[in-house]
Write a protein that binds this ligand. Sequence first.
Ligand code: BGC
Length: 354
Amino acid sequence: MNQPKIDEIKDGRGVLVEVLRVGACGTDREINNAEYGVAPEGYEFLVLGHENFGRVVETGENVRDLQKGDFVVATVRRPFGHSIYDTIGQQDFTTDAEYWERGISRLHGFMAEFYVESADFLVKIPAKIAEIAVLLEPLSIIEKGLKQAEDVQKRLDIWQPKTAAVLGTGNVGLLTIMALRMRGYEVHGFGKQTRAGYLNAELCEAIGATYDSTEELSIIDSAKKYGEYDLIFECTGFSPIIFDAMQSLNENGILILSSVTGGERKTDAVPSDKINQQFVLGNRAMVGTVNANREHFEMGVKDLALCEAMYSGWLARMMTHKIEGLENFAEVFDILENSSKYNAIKTYFEVNKI
Ligand code: BGC
């Protein structure tokens, strides 16, 4: 694959980055199984990798915001579409059907030794959070969801949310629980597995959230136990659960959906009259969220740093599976396919040492 040269990047803003770590997630698994993703034009393959962390090696003549040795994380989507949102730098809100995302759609990703990118798409990372900074890209998606919730809730002159439910306690769920705890919410996490001996449950409790298995307590029953939620964040990948979530929201509450469910699943037995009436009479809201912009990455940097200060070592405990060297990709995909067997939360490549 041909990498562009630094001086081929527009406005002298090119940066050469040495890749240090690359995370792997469900999106990579789906692309690898040919269920998602698009190769760049002229290529029959796509270099994977969108959860990235690296170090600046060289900078173009007009890069004054980054220097050699700085740690960086690159954003994922590029403004190469035609929509007004691409034009104004809000490509995460594109209205085009196609989009350009490194390692996912039409652009090669970061599972490489080096990459070249414009400084405009690189976010500087403080050295103190280098060890866990590969978690920033998945966190950026959550930050965008929470920012959207905040923006939607500006419809209320006063919104003082207190309780939140997070559906799913995998990598994204745990990061969501963390981000909400950093904002002072009372947080209730839900997963499928039973609590005893489950690391993810222990991690919920270690930062002051509860954990319940939905096998033992449904989301609807949990709202009777804990009270209806001001905010619910869905990140299970299991779409039928959203109807339970819709029935567990407080008046004026908001439900955020973040799972990219590529399947064909359908569900009946939805109490549609009841849900509809609750939404109408309670001014409830629901918002979908995908991708993230620089602003959301920067919010994520702050939450990672705050979490390290408040619960030192907690984020590192999420980074359960480190695979050294890109050549060991088969191991990574085996872990992704069988994550519960491996008790994996975050699996990542160490490409070069920090
Ligand atoms: C990535 C996002 C991307 C989404 C849809 C996720 O795994 O983190 O950046 O927008 O997939 O392609």
